[in-house]
Design a protein around this ligand. Structure first.
Ligand code: C5P
Length: 394
């Protein structure tokens, strides 16, 4: 179930060209099961019609303080009563200035001033307007007042200039809102993770690797960040996007991964999700290996076990291992937990190989085995984070 299911959201839309993206955001929120009441400024209604939002949300769209005929004789202020939060996207420079100073000269500004729920703003404007000292002062004031400011992103702008000021994409905003609703179970904790495969060079163009997609490790990094942790993710070669709020260190080989992990210690929690190659070529060729002979013998040497090393570190973090097994899951996972001296191992049967969208895992700790409900990797990751938080006393 989406964390936004059943939430009541007031989506404020102000007058910038990014208003067109607010339609897509409204659609994503409604699809996730939220009730979305859109409030537009007069300028916003020049960019996108209220009818667009009415069609997308199935609810009346409010545009004026003086409008007659609100449903159930509701007063304007009541639009935000019982709302879970107000999200203003896009928020123009002018609207940020009004908010920072407490103006109440239109419906949306009035609702924001009279609210008893959180307010989040998503700036979108021309680069120079964003950089203007007045705007920066207003944004700093809003932050001081406890208003989260999401974005802006940098890039090509509708005005043809390039720089900071673009509104975050609807899907990024959607993810940021989900973060907002996650309990902050790992607040103040530093989490270090590994994810993906490693690639062990045979020669300058070839190597040994495996089919790990990195999805589970990236989902866990995201779930830890949602839970309020400071997260560093050491990633082997994968093509996953970096989750918001996660610091990423890219590596190639197991030796690189080990060095990157050790350089990031100390941490409160270490989660080894990476499918680290157990062996690497003993002597990678300096030049491309030529074909011609009928056989080729590779000599491999064992890679260091990063997780075992971190778990044995003086002042070791709370260490979590993964055990992907093709049979005898309980036996192998528990043996791994004991051998590596880990408080927790996440075991999964990999009959269909690595890289799927969903996962079905069992947690192994000193209390025994606990299967988690199967689900997409992010849901499973959130369950694992809840378990870790409970184990470390959160
Ligand atoms: O022993 P096995 O490789 O099955 O253990 C898997 C767990 O150990 C995973 O958590 C994996 O990230 C970690 N590991 C590691 N370094 C290795 C091999 C595995 O950190 N060289």
């Amino acid at each position: 179930m989406s964390p936004l299911q059943g939430k009541r959201i007031v989506l404020g839309v102000t007058g910038g060209i990014a208003a067109y993206k607010a339609g897509e955001l409204a659609r994503l929120l409604v699809k996730a099961g939220a009730q979305v009441d859109v409030v537009m400024t007069a300028a916003a209604a020049r960019f996108v019609t209220p009818l667009t939002f009415q069609a997308l949300t199935g609810r009346p769209v409010l545009t004026s303080l003086w409008e007659e005929g609100l449903p159930n004789g509701m007063s304007h202020i009541d639009v935000t009563r019982g709302a879970d939060f107000i999200l203003v996207a896009p928020a123009t420079a002018n609207f940020l200035a009004k908010l920072a100073q407490g103006f109440a000269d239109d419906l949306l500004a009035t609702l924001c001033l009279a609210r008893d729920c959180p307010l989040l703003v998503v700036p979108a404007m021309n680069r120079q307007m964003w950089e203007a000292p007045a705007t920066q002062r207003n944004v700093a004031l809003l932050r001081e007042d406890g208003v989260p400011v999401l974005g802006p992103a940098s890039g090509l702008q509708a005005c043809g200039e390039t720089g900071a000021g673009r509104m975050l994409e609807p899907i990024e905003l959607f993810d940021a809102l989900i973060d907002f609703f996650q309990p902050k179970l790992l607040e103040g904790r530093r989490v270090l993770l590994t994810a993906g495969p490693t690639f062990e060079a045979l020669d300058p163009v070839r190597g040994l690797t495996n089919s790990s997609s990195g999805k589970m490790g990236f989902a866990l990094a995201r779930a830890c960040a949602e839970a309020g942790a400071e997260v560093t993710l050491v990633a082997g070669p994968v093509s996953q996007p970096t989750p918001m709020g996660v610091e990423r260190v890219d590596v190639v080989s197991a030796l690189d991964m080990r060095a990157a992990v050790l350089a990031q210690l100390p941490a409160d929690i270490f989660i080894g999700v990476a499918a680290v190659a157990d062996f690497r070529p003993a002597d990678p060729a300096a030049h491309k290996i030529k074909k011609g002979s009928q056989t080729l013998t590779l000599e491999l040497v064992a890679n260091p076990d990063i997780l075992t090393e971190v778990a044995a570190h003086p002042n070791a973090p709370f260490c979590v291992g993964f055990a992907a097994e093709s049979c005898n899951l309980a036996e192998y996972a528990e043996a791994k937990r004991q051998a590596k001296r880990l408080p927790l191992v996440v075991g999964n049967l990999v009959q269909d190989g690595l890289g799927g969208e969903t996962n079905s895992v069992t947690l192994f700790d000193a209390a025994g085995a606990r299967p988690l409900p199967a689900g997409d990797k992010l849901d499973v990751a959130r369950d694992i984070v809840r378990h870790i938080a409970a184990m470390i006393g959160r």
